[in-house]
Design a protein around this ligand. Structure first.
Ligand SMILES: [Zn+2]
Length: 137
């Protein structure tokens, strides 16, 4: 799994750093065969020292790309950055927005309003009918 990670990094960086990493990895592989444990330890230490910040920066960028969404507010067209898969509020107009597929969507609880409206109107109708019936009696 670790070697897979390292190959990916070499593919990403075709610079001198990539060559240096290749050299270190090859040395590590030769070292394990040759049982040069002291040299190995030193090389592993250097490799970790070089690889860790690269993985950290690369991982952080990948994570940022995944988590951050930049889009226009569907209400006021104001461009801002929000976090993916979370509800956020437009800093310009204050509209509560939902992030879906990298886009901001207005979060309108239509279903809830409709159901409540029907409940209220039917209640009013019932009450009205009761009132009418009482008046007729
Ligand atoms: Zn807005």
């Amino acid at each position: 799994m670790k070697s897979n990670f390292q190959t990916k990094i070499i593919n990403l960086n075709n610079s001198g750093l990539g060559c240096l990493l290749t050299f270190i990895i090859v040395s590590l592989l030769l070292g394990t065969i040759g049982l040069q444990w002291v040299v190995n330890g030193f090389l592993i230490f250097i490799a970790l020292l070089l690889i860790t910040p690269i993985i950290a920066i690369w991982g952080f960028r990948w994570w940022l790309k995944r988590i951050l969404v930049e889009d226009n507010c569907p209400v006021c067209n104001y461009t801002f950055t929000g976090f993916n898969h979370t509800d956020c509020r437009c800093p310009n107009c204050g509209e509560v927005l939902k992030v879906e597929h990298g886009k901001f969507i207005r979060e309108i609880p239509e279903g809830t309003i409709e159901v409540t409206a029907i409940d209220i109107s039917s209640q009013i109708l019932d009450q009205g009918e009761e009132f009418r019936m009482r008046n007729e009696e």
